[in-house]
Design a protein around this ligand. Sequence first.
Ligand code: ATR
Length: 285
Amino acid sequence: IDCYAVLGHPIHHSLSPQIHAAFATQTGEVLRYSALDVAPAELAATLARLPADGFRGVNITVPHKESAWAYVAQQGTLTERAAMAGAVNTLAWKTTGLLGDNTDGQGLLNDLQQRHALSLRGKRVLLLGAGGATRGVVLPLLAAAPAALVIANRTAARATELADLFAHKAVAAGTLLHGCGLAALPQVVNTTGTFDMVINATSASLGGEAIALPPGTITTDGFAYDMMYGKTPTPFLIAQQQAGVTRLADGLGMLVEQAAVAFTLWRGVVPATQPVYNALREQLA
Ligand code: ATR
């Protein structure tokens, strides 16, 4: 039987085994998917051993996404989106060798476009944060050809560095890409206008903190998205709602969609995500 797993540390909270089991049942794919708690020092040895143990692919989660990227950079091939993300969330042992991919950005895009019926083309998009979560989604977001993508971060230098890294891709997409500090947002809004969409890729919600955006950053008919999710609305979404934004979504859909892209990479079949999303949403409530 083909084996798959999610590798993280800790890992007990992961919803990936449930998501992939549901995809497998739904599509009739015969496979086993487990959760493996792997200490950082054990990651390389574990990855080296897994194919001989019957594993055809793994998902990678916190804190291993960057070190797994380095492993694949040495031992295999990275997709372009993974190479530029500096992190992988999906590995596949194929007959041609080890492939490292990052399906987070496509997952975000599929959630925005399919579940929330949003087109990014020609829109002004504000992306908050400049850590791994942000870097992982920039290339797929650019592929959707927004008019502008502004990366704003508490530490301005990290945002401008990311904007520099993706500058040539933004030119190709016809997108105005800009990096700045959160403190510079009022000025950015003043000179270039309000945003149609804000995506929170910071970890602020984890600590129960909301990021305060200057009033009028997002158009009132705009959209606010938090990559985090939970039982109750995240602090970021609550703050946006209080600021008058009515269209809001958390990252549960992104979680299911990134898993679906990984499942398709491994099995060559596209699972239906909505039933799995609905079940998880009900379970969270
Ligand atoms: P991840 O891989 O989840 O992106 P990370 O690389 O540690 O994790 O990045 C966390 C991001 O959340 C950073 O952009 C961080 O801002 P700094 O670069 O200034 O540290 C941002 N962040 C975390 N807590 C925050 C808070 N309370 N307010 C604003 N930004 C916050």
